[in-house]
Design a protein around this ligand. Structure first.
Ligand code: UT7
Length: 338
């Protein structure tokens, strides 16, 4: 076991609560459709809080809960698909905010799987002896990329942040399993800024053209909003969390039935239920907060961990599988002792 246990957690959710009823005021939908298809009743949306602010508050709370001196944090990892700045990175902004002055800091770009990817990187830096403590902060203002005229996506997402400090002293990591499927990436896409400069003449030199191929699925991909083939993502998600969970349990020699908590990316209640059925475990072992926060992308798992810490489920010695999936496509899981 790598001694990279969860020493402290923190989270931040904006105050603005948007109910399904509120959603039905802006797009043609209903509370009944949203709850039946997704399990979501309400979500939190930023009332102007930038991503770095939410991340810094969650990070300060996690550091306080861990009792670790910020100056002994050797690495700050941040995950976000919705930063405030192209640079500096979210990780560097949070580093400055929390006073982790002896750390190096960088962002991990793995969409909704970001937290699991970052935790894996953290555990490997700790195992190598290069650093002792790592701060992981996941913060998302996914509302910035949401088209509130598209009922198939706007009802899903919520904003928020979660953070953890990992290191020696409590629990640790038994196994991890990370995978990406870049060839399947066209099912969940959000475009960045286009190329634009005064010397752009549009001639190009690529006979094949410059399209990524994503335009084949989404011909109208010319703004900065999320495009998703929901059904394809749904099928991928269930397959991904089941495969990853089985893989980490097999590697650690621990039966799936011995796992106390399944802390999975909160994208859709039906995905969690389908995963539970396929894994043969009860929903009582699944941590579920989708109902009140919607899909907060990479922040969803650390927010769940913080909720567990606050409601007493973060019991030392318990085993948990953390499993994420998202755009990329990216997915993966970690089996940890809390
Ligand atoms: O972290 C990112 C990962 N994302 C996910 O994990 C999302 C995975 N996918 C899903 O969760 C589901 O596919 C959705 C919740 C997005 C959609 O549920 P679905 O059961 O797959 O619905 P659908 O896309 O098959 O649409 C069924 C119908 C369509 O109408 P028609 O064509 O049958 O007339 C949609 O237009 O539901 C309609 N619809 C809606 N109706 C009312 C789509 N969105 C809405 C809505 N309200 N908000």
């Amino acid at each position: 076991m790598i001694e990279a246990g969860i020493l402290g957690t923190g989270s931040y959710l904006p105050d603005v609560v948007v109910t399904n009823q509120d959603m039905s005021g802006i797009v043609e939908t209903s509370d009944e459709w949203i709850t039946t298809r997704t399990g979501i009743s309400e979500r939190r949306l930023s009332s102007g809080e930038p991503t770095w602010f939410m991340g810094a508050v969650a990070a300060r709370r996690a550091i306080a809960a861990s009792g670790v001196d910020p100056k002994s944090i050797g690495l700050v990892l941040a995950t976000t698909g919705t930063p405030d700045y192209f640079f500096p990175s979210l990780a560097c902004i949070v580093q400055a905010e929390v006073g982790a002055d002896d750390a190096f800091a960088f962002d991990v770009g793995a969409a909704c799987s970001g937290f699991v990817y970052a935790y894996d990187i953290a555990s490997k830096y700790i195992a190598s002896g290069a650093v002792k403590y790592v701060l992981i902060v996941s913060a998302e203002n996914i509302s910035k990329l949401t088209n509130y005229a598209d009922r198939s996506t706007c009802i899903l997402f919520g904003d928020g942040a979660g953070a953890v400090v990992v290191g020696p002293g409590r629990g640790g990591v038994h196994s991890s399993y990370l995978r990406s499927d870049g060839k399947g990436g066209d099912v969940l896409v959000c475009r960045a800024l286009p190329i634009s400069h005064p010397f752009l003449d549009g001639t190009g030199r690529n006979p094949e053209g410059w399209d990524s191929g994503f335009q084949d699925r989404f011909p109208d991909l010319d703004d900065n909003y999320i495009r998703m083939d929901g059904q394809e993502v749904y099928k991928f998600a269930v397959r991904a969390v089941v495969e990853s969970t089985q893989a980490v349990c097999a590697e650690a020699g621990i039966a799936v039935s011995e796992v106390d908590h399944f802390v999975m990316h909160q994208a859709n209640m039906r995905i969690l239920e389908a995963a539970a059925r396929r894994l043969g475990v009860g929903m009582d072992r699944f941590v579920v907060h989708i109902g009140e926060m919607g899909n907060a992308s990479s922040a969803s798992i650390p927010i769940c961990l913080d909720n567990m810490a606050r409601d007493g489920r973060m019991k030392p010695g318990d085993k948990a599988v953390l499993a994420g999936f998202g755009a990329g496509l990216t997915y993966g899981a970690m089996l940890v002792t809390l």
